[in-house]
Structures are given as structure tokens and as C-alpha cells.
Design a binder for this molecule. Structure first.
Ligand code: SAM
Length: 270
């Protein structure tokens, strides 16, 4: 049975639908419940109808059943990345040392800590806006967030101690950026999307550097696309990790898991 909409929600939904929002009714309800004043509601509807991602208008996103802050200009966590979190959670134990490279808002680290229990959490991003946002999300968990390029800014004391290293780096080939929906292309930073000519520039560097940081039996989990998975797994094998591919049809999600030698330590096989 279709639920009837209040006149305010119905008129906002009509405006959002005309602007091309597919889930116009749901979005209208969220905006109405988030706005504190009619003027704020007008402003939010204007920004959404103008193409700003809903999460940037609201200031938060839902990820793995959690609500986390996502500031304008910061990558909006995607449902498909929940697959990587599930696989990582199956490999981690409370107290594990967890590193989230290319952390964006800090979504993966936050969700992993919620799933696993207290972990020693470290996160890295190159983009100052993402770092500010991740610090807000991860501070209540005691997570440390570093600003800079991949491993270069991790404390040296973590070398050889990381139990689970997760990464969702930019992996869109430069030539395909123009094909992304405007919400991503226009409102998310290029550094969050563009993975270079074949999309694997950052992925390769993540994989190549992992073994120096992983604990014996530690795991690297990298999100990639189906078409890039084989090459990513080969890179992990070249880096000395036991590599396997894993795929979730429902979420259309692909991950490569690389495990360092001495799998007797560090968790259950995934
Ligand atoms: C696809 S987004 C993923 C963000 C987050 N992991 C998530 O799933 O929501 C990629 C992130 O990698 C960051 N990034 C890109 N190149 C980087 C680099 N060389 N070192 C650290 N972070 C980088 C971007 O700033 C962006 O926040």
C-alpha cells in the first residue's frame, strides 16, 4: 500500500523528481526531517535540486548501518564498499591494528570498529577536507588520522604490526571520469576518483607497499573493479602476498585480499 505524503513532502518530492532525483519521495522526507527551519529546508531543497549529492546536503551518509559525517567535497561512501568491510571484519579480532589507506570520511575504519569491537585504528588521506572529516568521525573511537601520501605518513612504529590494511583508492581510469554521474564528477574531488590511465596507479602503490607494514599473517584488502581485479591480484602476488579475488554479485563489489606469510596468525581465512 502506498503511503500518502504530506503536502510539503509531496511538493518537495515533485521538485526533486523534476530535477532528476530517482528516490525523490525518500529524499524529500529526509530533507523535511533534517531542516530546522522553513528557510533551511528551502535552501537544502535548492542545493539538492541543483545537483549536490544528498549526503552533502544532509551532512551525513549511512554506511554499514551507521550514520557518519560527510562534508561537502568529501567522497560519499558507496554501498559496494560495505562488502570490503564485511570481508575485513571476518579477518580482524578485537585489539587488531587496522589501517585504512585512502580513508575519505573514515567510513571503512568506523564500520570495522563497529563490527569487530575496539581496534587500534589508523587512517590516511591526501586531501585535507577528507582528513578533517575523518578526524571528526574517528575521534570517538580513538582513531588517528594522518594527512599525506599513502604509507609516507604512517608512524614507523606500525611497520610489521598491521593486522588488517583496508584501502578503497581511486580506481576510475582517467578517460572514464567524464562518464561518471555529475554528482561524482562535479561534486567529488578528482583525487578521490581518478586512478590514472588504467585506473590502477594508486592501487598498484598500495599493493606494492603493503608487505612492509603487514604483521605476519596480516591481510590487505583492496577494493577494485571486476575488470581490474586480475591485475590487482597479480600485483599482490608480485608483492609477496598470497592473493585471492572475492566478488559480491548483489553489491557488484570486487575486492582483492592479499595475506602475508605465516597465515597461522592474524585471523580466519576469508
Ligand atoms: C574512492 S575515495 C574512498 C574514500 C573512503 N575509503 C570511502 O570508501 O568512502 C578515495 C580516497 O583516496 C584519497 N587519496 C587519493 N590518492 C591518495 C594518496 N596518494 N594517498 C592518500 N589518500 C589518497 C582521496 O582523497 C579519497 O578520499
Amino acid at each position: 500500500m502506498a503511503l500518502s505524503l504530506s503536502p510539503a513532502v509531496a511538493s518537495i518530492a515533485a521538485r526533486l523528481r523534476a530535477a532528476g532525483c530517482v528516490f525523490a519521495e525518500d529524499e524529500a522526507r529526509l530533507l523535511v526531517s533534517a531542516a530546522r527551519t522553513p528557510a533551511e529546508l528551502d535552501d537544502m531543497v535548492d542545493r539538492r535540486a541543483g545537483g549536490l549529492p544528498l549526503e552533502h546536503v544532509l551532512g551525513w551518509a549511512e554506511f554499514c548501518g551507521l550514520r557518519l559525517a560527510v562534508d561537502p567535497g568529501v567522497f560519499v561512501p558507496r554501498p559496494r564498499t560495505e562488502f570490503l568491510v564485511r570481508r575485513a571484519a571476518a579477518l580482524a579480532r578485537p585489539g587488531a591494528v587496522v589501517v585504512d589507506l585512502c580513508c575519505g570520511s573514515g567510513a571503512m575504519g568506523m564500520a570495522l570498529a563497529a563490527a569487530v569491537g575496539p581496534v587500534e585504528l589508523h587512517a590516511v588521506d591526501l586531501d585535507p577536507a577528507a582528513v578533517r572529516c575523518a578526524r571528526r568521525n574517528l575521534a570517538p573511537l580513538g582513531g588517528q588520522v594522518y594527512e599525506g601520501d599513502l604509507y609516507a605518513v604512517l608512524p614507523a612504529a606500525l611497520r610489521g604490526r598491521v593486522d588488517v590494511l583496508v584501502a578503497s583508492p581511486p580506481y576510475v581510469p582517467t578517460g572514464a571520469i567524464g562518464l561518471l554521474p555529475p554528482e561524482a564528477r562535479v561534486h567529488e574531488p578528482r583525487v578521490a576518483l581518478d586512478g590514472g590511465a588504467d585506473g590502477l596507479d594508486v592501487v598498484r602503490r598500495v599493493v606494492a607497499g603493503a608487505s612492509g607494514w603487514l604483521a605476519p599473517g596480516g591481510h590487505l584488502l583492496v577494493e577494485t573493479s571486476e575488470g581490474q581485479a586480475r591485475e590487482t591480484a597479480e600485483a599482490a602476488a608480485r608483492a609477496g602476498l598470497a592473493a585471492r579475488l572475492t566478488y559480491d554479485e548483489e553489491l557488484d563489489a570486487t575486492a582483492v585480499i592479499g595475506t602475508s606469510a605465516d597465515g597461522a596468525r592474524g585471523g580466519r581465512p576469508g
